[in-house]
Design a protein around this ligand. Sequence first.
Ligand code: G3P
Ligand code: CA
Length: 253
Amino acid sequence: MSGDRRGPFVVAHRGASEEKKEHTLAAYDLALREGADGLECDVRLTRDGHIVCVHDRRVDRTSTGTGIVSELDYETLKGFDYGDGAEPADLLTLADLISLVLDWNSKPTKLFIETKHPVRYGSLIESKVLAELHRFGIAQPASADHSRAVIMSFAPTAVWRVRRSAPMLPTVLLGDTSHYLGGGAATTVGATAVGPSIKSLREHPSIVDRAAASGRATYCWTVDEKADVELCRELGVGWIATNNPGRTKAWLE
Ligand code: G3P
Ligand code: CA
């Protein structure tokens, strides 16, 4: 999962979520058409074990419904509208998104899947996600660089579980700088890449070189300012997640 010397690859954070409602087919479709190199999504389990793309613990902010994702069945969640009022949208599943990425023939866009709350779900969410990747034939890539899927988490345990079950899949350990400054958890759990926020990167620009020294790429989120895009390019960040992939691609040209 290496970067590119010409500049970071661009990942659409929750789709092209500045222009379309987050985690909707419309947001991801637009991101692909804008030339995104990767698509980021957050996944949660419904009460009956379906993997859905929802960021928050509850659906209240992003849908017409109310309630906690893990306490509602798929059919109930599917009954809510996830659009922006003008444009209705269906609940998106991980399977929908994998299909979209694999059907996109312009380039081998990667899917960055962030598992939410692995502590609450135990190992269930990682094993369900891996089963889905197996079902689509993308759980055992020839190399991390060629993988169509990347698994990410703020929880070192989650990354460790994925490394143990699917060693060829690239992983990103997100979050706290203590994970990767001073040889922390990213090394212990064998994450392929470190994932600082842009705020952490501004405060600790040496993260990128330190990660590279141990063979790791850097994935930085959420990079929406031009100056930050430039900073990432100068530092050699491999991947940047942005809410506006079209504008970010244009800045990098
Ligand atoms: O891409 C990582 C980033 O999405 C982590 O933060 O809250 O947007 O999931 P959050
Ligand atoms: Ca996320």
